[in-house]
Design a protein around this ligand. Structure first.
Ligand code: GDP
Ligand code: GDP
Length: 433
């Protein structure tokens, strides 16, 4: 479970510039929030080999001072709830402002690590100006320039020191995360699955209080549930509820082997659900999609086939994913859901012996070799599965740069046809031999 670092501060101090510097080319997840707040951004980064997640809590506000004050309160509250460390950014160009004092007041009360970060210290002259921030009563500060990067290394050295260590559970059981939007039926699903917690074998505390790995033995399977659905925080507004739930999904996904993605059939496989789907895919996790509340759907107008086709269309090109229609309420196909998750887990850790792989794939390649490119012929001579936590295949050839994406997809499809990697993202590489 990754640690979380939150960036707070008033608008224009350079939060998003700093955030972008930290995550570099990594993809950020944008939580689009309508209304007064700017989008919140979430991304991953690492420093000295330690990975952590970072939230830019946003906070651009149009409107009056008091609207803004409420937003800042919310931002800080969010950081306090979710983060393991808080970076409070201020701006040396403008000096201490009333807003900074407000934020400092909130932060002085909490017992999480708070780093006061004076930004826009682009040169030595400005470093001297930073002393005025002692007045915020938060002790020592760090000076950085988000634009040129100076000072950020020293800051991150100290930040990673206070982050909790990752603890990997010892046993090798499948780790399933039940994820989805609020109200999809996640808690009901888990309750239906585990009865009145009679099946709990042991409790393994997660590294953060937000997620607990619990070991279950159910339907003859042993597995860990990365359970985040049961933990609820009172969110004052609806968009915060959604955001908390996305954050929780993000953390659960990172911590899992297989994501069980539930959605409400009456609401559809919508944009937010798709975001979670692609997040699991980007993290190379196994995926099972559960269409819940199927009891509420008028079967005359929506057949399973039509509904499935629509979902698969939205999943393109990663369509080799189990889709199961369930009703938690009527306890329909709940066993099937877990059985399928176990299969996907096995597919994800499947290893094809090199000999067998070549015996099957080379004739397929001979029958349909990569098309000639710029008059050159590509000859694939050998392939092997790499020893990685999820399936990755290397195909060795004379001219790897001439093999285009459609042919890579062809190879992937053949691998899926021949060996069953249902529910699992895979990577196909062409390498120089
Ligand atoms: P946010 O509202 O706190 O996210 O602030 P932004 O990241 O949008 O930055 C506000 C402005 O400050 C932009 O014009 C940035 O280019 C500028 N800025 C951010 N960091 C630095 C810095 O380290 N030095 C200087 N000189 N300008 C900066
Ligand atoms: P969560 O926010 O994803 O944990 O969702 P909950 O488990 O709290 O469920 C939200 C609501 O949907 C509750 O009122 C459940 O009773 C209801 N619900 C869950 N599963 C089903 C189902 O299969 N059919 C119907 N009709 N309602 C369901």
């Amino acid at each position: 479970m990754g640690a979380i670092v939150a960036i707070v501060g008033r608008p224009n101090v350079g939060k998003s510039t700093f955030f972008n510097r930290l995550i570099q080319r990594r993809e950020a997840i944008v939580d689009e929030i309508s209304g007064v707040t700017r989008d919140r951004h979430y991304g991953r980064t690492d420093w000295n080999g330690k990975e952590f997640s970072i939230i830019d809590t946003g906070g651009y506000v149009v409107g009056s001072e008091d609207v803004f004050e409420k937003e800042i309160d919310k931002q800080v509250e969010l950081a306090i709830d979710e983060a393991d460390a808080i970076l409070f950014l201020v701006d040396v160009e403008s000096g201490v402002t009333g807003m900074d004092e407000e934020v400092a007041k909130l932060l002085r009360r909490i017992d999480k690590p708070v780093f006061l970060v004076v930004n826009k210290v682009d040169n030595a002259m400005r470093a001297a100006d930073a002393v005025e921030f002692y007045a915020l009563g938060l002790g020592e500060y760090f000076t950085i320039s988000s634009i040129n990067g100076s000072g950020t290394g020293d800051l991150l050295d100290e930040v990673v020191k206070v982050l909790p260590e990752e603890e990997e559970p010892e046993e090798d059981l499948p780790r399933f995360a039940v994820v989805g939007r609020p109200n999809a039926g996640k808690s009901s699903f888990i309750n239906a699955l585990i009865g009145e917690e009679r099946y709990i074998v042991t409790d393994i505390a997660g590294t953060t209080r937000d997620s607990i790995d619990t070991r279950y033995n159910r339907f003859g399977f042993d597995f860990n549930l990365v359970d985040t659905a049961g933990i609820r925080r009172k969110a004052k507004v609806k968009e915060d509820l959604e955001f908390y739930s996305v954050m929780r999904s993000v953390r659960a996904i990172e911590h899992s082997d297989v994501c069980i993605l539930l959605f409400d059939a009456t609401r559809g496989f919508d944009g937010q659900v798709q975001n979670i789907f692609w997040l699991a895919h980007r993290n190379n996790k196994g995926i099972v999609v559960l269409v819940n509340k199927w009891d509420l759907v008028e079967k005359e107008t929506q057949s399973v086939k039509q509904y499935t086709d629509k979902i698969r269309k939205a999943m393109e090109p990663f369509t080799d994913v189990p889709i199961i229609f369930i009703s938690v309420k009527e306890k329909q196909r709940i066993y099937k859901a877990i059985e399928t998750a176990v299969e996907v887990y096995k597919n994800r850790s499947k290893r094809i012996p090199t000999r067998k792989l070549n015996d099957i794939m080379l004739p397929i390649i001979d029958a349909k070799p990569p098309p000639a490119y710029k008059g050159k012929f590509v000859k694939i001579k050998f392939c092997t599965q790499l020893p990685t936590p999820y399936p990755q295949f290397a195909f060795f050839c004379n001219l790897p740069q001439y093999v285009r994406d459609p042919y890579k997809r062809f190879l992937e499809n053949k691998l899926r046809e021949q060996f069953d990697f249902t529910g699992v993202p895979m990577t196909v590489f062409l390498r120089k031999k």
